[in-house]
Each structure stands twice: as C-alpha cells, then as structure tokens.
Design a protein around this ligand. Structure first.
Ligand code: NDP
Length: 253
C-alpha cells in the first residue's frame, strides 16, 4: 500500500477531463470536488442534499473553475433505472467520463453485532457498496469513451483489517476492496480504464466525529491535507496503475 502525500499536482492536471464525485457536498468529497475543479476538471457533483451541492457549485464558480454540474441522487432507494437514466443524461451532456470518485459513505452504527439492526445493515451496504457497484456498471460505457479514465473507490482501514463493533461499515469496505480486485482484473486488457481503492485515513469530517466523539479534531488531518493522493490517482500521472490499494496519509501511530 502506498501513499502520495508529497505529490505536487501541476495546475492544469485535469484540464479537459469530466470527473464525477459522489458525496460531493461535504467532507472529503467536497474537498476533492473543489481540488479537481481547481485543477481544470469539469466536475459533476453528486449527492443527496441539494443545498450542500449548490454551495460547492458556487465555490467552484468563485474559484474560476470550469462550470460544474449538479446531479442529485440518494443511494438509499436508487434503482438500476436511476443509474441508467444518469448514464443517458451524462452521455447527452458530456459524451464521456474521465474520472469517477466513489466517495459517498454511511457509517451506520458502531455497536456489537448482536445488537446490529438489520435494516440499518442493508442501508449501509446499499450506500457504501451496492449502489456504487451498479452505478459503475451503468457508467462503464461512458468511461470506455475516455482516453484515460480513473475509477477510485473509497476504502477504510477497517476494510483491510476487521475491527470489533464496526459491523456493516467494515464489511462494506471489505466488499469494496474485493470488487475493485475483480473489476481491475476484468479491465486488465481495457487499458484506458484503471480502478483502485483509496483509504483516506483519519480525517477531520462529520463522519469521523460521529465515530470518535471524544477525539480532539485538531489532532486530525483536514480533507484538504489529504488531497495529493486524490489528485495523483485521478490524473494522468497514475495512468497504467490498476487494482492497487492506496492510503491518502501515513497510518497514525
Ligand atoms: P462525511 O459524512 O463528511 O461525508 C459523506 C458524504 O457522503 C456526504 O456528502 C453525504 O451527503 C454523502 N452521503 C451519505 N449518504 C448518502 C446517500 N445515501 N446518497 C448520496 N450521498 C450520501 O464523510 P467523510 O467525508 O468522512 O467520508 C467520505 C468517505 O471517506 C466515505 O466513504 C468514508 O467511508 C471514507 N472514510 C472516511 C474517513 C474519515 O476519517 N473521515 C476514514 C476512512 C474512510 P450529505 O452531506 O448530504 O449527508
């Protein structure tokens, strides 16, 4: 597993690229959307809370980035036909997709498995793995239209080593790691599409606060601090790298 925290992206790294970011309204997804736009990408902001997406849209416009697009979608309840409609809309608007950052995520509850609620388990699996998988299937034809497409799935340290009480969240991230191995192997000869997993590591966001309420947020890296690896994996400097596991920051000691 490697980390590119010292990577320095050129200002026009993502020029002329169309990149979709899920969960773009808050936390790490918001930072990635802003950074991708600042480096020249046309960013499609996908998420469930339109006001948050509109704020990020305005921030991108204020930075002078290419005009973004907003795609409202709640992974809970999203159907195959929603993903097909999304692919048709993006095909009509852009004709291709050069990057896909699967970032949206749901923590669920940190609780002993014996008390884990079955409905919540299904929700977490839907948002963290099932929705992203079917969305990827729908978008593959558009990714194939790109000269050099990058798919990034967001993982977690509990998706690489199980930890007590992390339940569906941990299982969904293990599934993510497994799915990326399968897809990368299938796409081995489709040399224009690479797919990798990225573990952000402990980062100062709402999700982290919910998981560790007693922790001092000042001890954590911010979403902006971890963007070098997000930029490296999305841009042409990682062309040819596929089926790998990355960390966006060194593990905390
Ligand atoms: P946040 O909770 O801050 O942001 C999560 C984003 O996902 C929000 O934009 C949220 O939308 C969106 N989202 C949640 N549920 C849905 C849904 N049903 N449909 C569409 N969008 C949804 O979390 P982080 O930024 O911390 O997490 C980003 C990713 O990084 C996640 O995949 C997480 O598992 C992973 N991660 C984070 C770590 C950390 O320390 N922060 C560590 C390891 C992994 P809304 O704002 O509308 O709620």
């Amino acid at each position: 597993m490697s980390c590119k925290i010292d990577y320095q992206a050129l200002p026009h790294l993502l020029e002329n690229r169309v990149v979709l970011v899920t969960g773009a309204g808050d936390g790490i997804g918001r930072a990635a959307a802003l950074q991708y736009a600042q480096h020249g990408a046309t960013v499609i902001l996908l998420g469930r809370t339109i006001e948050k997406l509109e704020r990020v849209y305005d921030e991108i416009e204020a930075l002078g980035g290419p005009q973004p697009a907003i795609f409202p979608l709640n992974f809970e309840g999203a159907t195959l036909s929603d993903f097909d409609d999304m692919a048709k809309t993006l095909d009509k608007e852009f004709g291709r997709l050069d990057g896909l950052l699967h970032n949206a995520g749901l923590l669920g509850r940190i609780t002993p498995f014996e008390q884990y609620d079955a409905e919540l388990w299904e929700q977490v699996m839907q948002v963290n793995i099932n929705g992203p998988v079917w969305m990827t299937q729908a978008l593959l034809p558009l990714l194939k239209q790109s000269d050099d497409a990058s798919i990034i799935f967001t993982s977690s340290s509990v998706g690489r080593k199980g930890r007590a009480y992390w339940g569906a969240y941990s299982v969904s991230k293990f599934a993510t790691e497994g799915f990326v191995e399968v897809l990368a192997d299938e796409l081995e000869h489709q040399t224009n599409i690479r797919v990798n997993t990225l573990n952000p590591g402990a980062t100062r966001t709402q999700m982290r606060r919910s998981a560790y309420p007693g922790e001092d947020p000042a001890t954590l890296r911010t979403p902006n601090d971890i963007m070098p690896t997000y930029l490296w994996l999305m841009g042409p400097d990682s062309t040819g790298v596929s089926g790998q596991k990355f960390d966006a920051q060194p593990a905390r000691v």
